[in-house]
Ligand binder design. Structure first.
Ligand SMILES: Cc1cc2nc3c(=O)[nH]c(=O)nc-3n(C[C@H](O)[C@H](O)[C@H](O)COP(=O)(O)OP(=O)(O)OC[C@H]3O[C@@H](n4cnc5c(N)ncnc54)[C@H](O)[C@@H]3O)c2cc1C
Ligand code: SF4
Length: 505
């Protein structure tokens, strides 16, 4: 087992401050996830005095107990969600390293077709192919990105590889950033072996070694503006235990994540009149099927998300392995009581495989008087059709491959399918969004990049329109759904922002 990086011993726990503190830097980065950590490291390495402010804590060790991880590492213990024609849980990380600490380690580059759309349909011509390719090359090298090793995949993934191959469908190991992975299957609960290259074991230690200062336990509550110029930022205030942290800098980078960044802007009445602030939320709605086989699978042993199939990518569907540990899975089944307990007794013979869809739906932030902001999102008919298509496609593969029964994520008398005839019947049914168990792991787009304030919240150099010195660097700036897991794209854009800031000064 690796050990936590020694550089992290320099992390300052702001909850332990004995008095209010005021300091000055060149650049303040709010948030230490995929966007924040990368931009901070890139700037610190070039001699910029950077401070990172993270509301969550640094957790030196992770234990193989998912329920504990939910409390320690997840925002509100995993209870973050959107509401609309159904409730969609959207789990987020709240710890040093952000959501990368609880993610599956899957690494996709930005699909060229999406970059082309951004450039041609949205006029984002400054997003250069060459610069981004160079950024992806560097990130992949730094994070040791490589195909998942079949040896450490969960049987749930390898069996699916066999079933797809039998049907002549191409599938392959996912690219992952987990060097020395032992396949313990705990990626989404903090890697117990420090193998997964989340930001706390990769970019952040490097940033610190290059001089960056990191405060944890400090929640940014205010963005400060110059007294004589409200359109020029000059720092932040953060709540740190009983005290406050006041940091000053000419450049402030918000990398607080897709749901938090627009809230910070709105709270400070920044981009208040921008018609895109908090809008265009995409989620990559995702779900999974379970199937019971005769053989022992023990799907919790080995990496759960290690294999993918993109045969329906042109229809906006990407299939990926997934396995939820038995500790957490009970409430996601469409069963209860004796039926649930009977099913759980067979959990060692269960295969699970999932998918995400490129959403055509869009959600938005709603500010309600006297309440916190909420996010609304309703699945469109197009997306419901995509979901149904993905379910029936997978169900056929599983039943043809020998599954005794398939459990769909649809709460209906036909949630359990035992024959191909059942699948055809299922395919004829009409479902509402609220009939389905949907989750989402990739919120994006609430402060999108645009050519002008009429088209986005920040410009192609990530600066918020109308607010000098304030830059955005997280999932919120992505102008559309990607169709693939987004962490690498967020990191590549963060690298690009660092280049722009260094060129500027
Ligand atoms: C279970 C799960 C699995 C996933 N698997 C994958 C995967 O395999 N591959 C992939 O590409 N993507 C995956 N993702 C998504 C990916 O991890 C995120 O898209 C990515 O980390 C988002 O980066 P970000 O910089 O936008 O925000 P985050 O990584 O969420 O970082 C934001 C940080 O800002 C902090 N913050 C927020 N508000 C404040 C404030 N006011 N003051 C101070 N700090 C603040 C938060 O605590 C957080 O640490 C997964 C997500 C989840 C939930
Ligand atoms: S499966 Fe590999 S990357 Fe995931 S938690 Fe275990 S050792 Fe870490």
């Amino acid at each position: 087992m690796n050990s936590p990086n020694e550089a992290l011993l320099a992390v300052r726990d702001a909850t332990q401050l004995q008095k209010d503190l005021a300091e000055s830097y060149d650049v303040i980065v709010v948030g230490s996830g995929a966007g924040g950590a990368v931009v901070a490291k890139e700037l610190a390495e070039r001699g910029v005095r950077v401070v990172i402010v993270e509301q969550g804590g640094w957790h030196r060790q992770h234990r193989d107990l998912p329920s504990e991880a939910l409390q320690r590492l997840y925002q509100t213990s995993g209870f973050t969600m959107t509401i609309g024609n159904t409730v969609i849980p959207v789990p987020l990380g709240r710890c040093l390293g952000g959501t990368t600490v609880i993610n599956s380690g899957t690494c996709f580059r930005l699909p060229p077709v999406i970059l082309k759309q951004w450039r041609e349909q949205r006029g984002l011509t400054e997003l250069g192919d060459e610069e981004l390719t160079h950024a992806f090359d560097r990130i992949e090298k730094f994070l040791h990105v490589a195909p998942a090793d079949f040896k450490f995949m969960s049987r749930s993934n390898t069996l699916m590889q066999e079933l797809f191959a039998k049907e002549g469908i191409w599938g392959a190991p996912l690219q992952r950033n987990a060097i020395g992975c032992s396949g313990c299957g705990m990626c989404c609960y903090g890697c117990t072996h420090f193998a997964k290259q989340s930001m706390d074991v990769s970019y952040l230690p490097c940033a610190i070694r290059s001089g960056a200062v990191v405060y944890t336990g400090a929640q940014v509550t205010r963005i400060l503006s110059e007294p004589n110029n409200p359109h020029r930022v000059c720092g932040i205030m953060a709540k740190a235990g009983k005290h406050t942290l006041q940091l000053r800098a000419k450049t402030v980078i918000l990398a607080a994540g897709t749901l938090a960044t627009p809230q910070l802007l709105r709270k400070h009445r920044i981009a208040r009149k921008n018609p895109h602030l908090g809008k265009h939320l995409t989620l990559h709605p995702a779900t999974k099927l379970f199937a019971e086989f005769d053989e022992e699978i023990s799907g919790w042993e080995g990496t759960g998300q290690a294999h993918f199939v993109d045969v329906l990518k042109d229809e906006g569907i990407l299939f990926e392995g997934i396995f939820v540990p038995p500790d957490l899975v009970g409430m996601t089944f469409p069963f209860s009581g004796e039926k649930l307990s009977a099913f759980m007794r067979h959990y060692s013979r269960i295969v699970s495989y999932g998918f995400l869809i490129s959403d055509s739906s869009e959600g938005r932030m709603l500010s309600l008087p006297f309440l916190n902001n909420i996010f609304t999102y309703s699945l469109s008919e197009t997306d419901l059709t995509r979901i149904k298509k993905a379910i029936t496609f997978l169900a056929r593969i599983l039943l043809k491959g020998g599954a005794k029964r398939v459990i769909t994520p649809v709460h209906h008398r036909l949630s359990e399918l035992t024959s191909l005839a059942d699948v055809e019947q299922f395919n004829q049914l009409t479902f509402r969004a609220s009939d389905m168990e949907i989750l989402a792991f990739h919120p994006l787009g609430t402060c999108r990049i645009g050519r002008s304030a009429a088209e986005g919240v920040c410009d192609q150099n990530h600066q918020v329109f109308g607010t000098e010195g304030l830059f955005l660097c997280d999932g919120s700036i992505l102008p559309s759904s990607l169709g693939v897991n987004p962490q690498m794209t967020i990191m590549a854009l963060a690298m690009r922002l660092a280049n722009r800031l260094v060129e500027k000064n």
